[in-house]
Design a protein around this ligand. Structure first.
Ligand SMILES: Cc1ncc(COP(=O)(O)O)c(C=O)c1O
Length: 371
């Protein structure tokens, strides 16, 4: 039977935590507090501490964290937000959702927004820069923050993929005006359903987001601004509070797996963006860039190895983005990467032998097809 290396293994994660987690879930269900309450308050304290921020607001998704950050900052119709075109679609969708215009800026070889190209995209309508810390690697924030300060722009970190990552010792979510995190089941810090949160040092922004997540209610009967409903479920907060206690283990396992790939994959065929001194990468994904990507992917699938492509179609080329008027060639680095990127399994349930098996299959493939 072919060995199986799953891309994700949420069952293995739950199996390892079942004995400790089930009593906590049962206590929550028996306690009858399903919305708000202690678990949410505890999560917000822990999440703020993890991200080195004064405030964390528990929400039901990373997408709503992005939407609410912009709404709280007064961004809307007629405004522009600078963001890369190679994120999960939610970054751009959030900008579209509030009626603002996403202004795309191409990326560097590490798949993150290229700070050298940002200045040229700033116009009188620009209100914010939204870098995405893709794959667990924080975007190059020093020049981004400098440009933002010079033009009076907010910086909204899309930190959905980078919980626990550091840039020059500073945590994701603490670098900009607000940090927007997802705790979707596939993320490093994951709930058993949709969840997310926002971090900030701005007390007023945090307060606005608290209102927006709960219909704008300041008390039972008074609405000061119309909001929505995007509260994190108490049950998810119970799960996340427990998993926050194991996040260091998860991060260490992913970093170990990534380091092993870097050691074993043949750099003659496989491009892996170099690690900068300033970064502590949590490897939400481990993305390589290769020629003959689709053939390699088939080869790995036959060897029982699960892979992904994050993301095969850049956002500016999606049918939904047609009204923005972009075409092929507008963001050459992002477009070139879309045909070359392949995400290898790096999840914490894999051991060093599993990683060696994947690396060998990748190297075998290139040895067999390249002269
Ligand atoms: C970069 C990025 N931004 C935003 C999101 C949206 O998060 P959520 O799925 O929690 O709404 C995700 C989730 O996959 C993401 O990867």
């Amino acid at each position: 039977m072919t060995r199986q290396i799953p891309y994700v293994n949420l069952q293995a994660q739950f199996d390892a935590e079942r004995d400790e987690l089930m009593p906590l879930i049962e206590a929550c269900l028996a306690g009858g507090h399903y919305v708000g309450g202690e678990a949410i308050a505890a999560f917000e304290v822990k999440a703020a501490a993890l991200c080195g921020c004064d405030h964390a607001v528990a929400l039901n998704s990373g997408t709503d964290a992005l939407v609410f950050a912009m709404l709280a900052l007064g961004i809307g119709a007629g405004d522009e937000v600078i963001t890369p075109p190679n994120s999960f679609v939610a970054s751009t969708a959030a900008v579209m959702h509030i009626g603002a215009t996403p202004v795309f800026v191409d990326v560097r070889d590490d798949q993150n927004i290229d700070p050298d190209l940002i200045e040229a995209a700033v116009t009188p309508k620009t209100k914010a820069i939204m870098p995405v810390h893709l794959t667990g690697r924080i975007a190059d924030m020093a020049p981004i923050l400098e440009i933002a300060a010079r033009h009076g722009l907010a910086v909204i970190e899309d930190a959905a993929q980078s919980v626990g990552s550091l840039y020059d010792g500073r945590p994701a979510g603490s670098l900009g005006t607000a940090g927007c995190f997802s705790a979707h089941p596939l993320k490093n810090l994951n709930a058993c359903g949709d969840s997310g949160f926002l971090t900030t040092n701005d007390a007023d922004l945090a307060e606005q987001v608290r209102l927006l997540r709960n219909h704008g209610l300041v008390d039972r009967d008074t609405v000061t601004r119309f909001g929505g409903v995007s509260r994190m479920d108490s049950l998810q907060a119970v799960i996340l509070n427990y998993r926050l206690g194991r996040l260091d283990e998860v991060t260490a396992a992913r970093r170990r797996n990534a380091a092993r790939y870097r050691e074993l994959l043949n750099s003659q065929w496989v491009f892996m963006p170099p690690c900068r001194n300033v970064e502590f990468n949590t490897f939400h994904t481990f993305v390589i860039q290769v020629d003959r990507r689709d053939e390699l992917r088939d080869h790995l699938t036959k060897a029982g190895i699960g892979t992904g492509i994050h993301y095969p179609v850049p956002i500016h080329l999606q049918p939904a983005a047609e009204m923005l008027g972009h075409g092929h060639g507008d963001f050459p680095m992002c477009e070139r990467q879309a045909g070359r990127i392949l995400t290898l399994p790096v999840n914490q349930s894999l051991n060093q032998d599993d990683i060696a098996y994947v690396a060998e299959r990748v190297n075998d493939f290139f040895a067999s097809v390249v002269d």
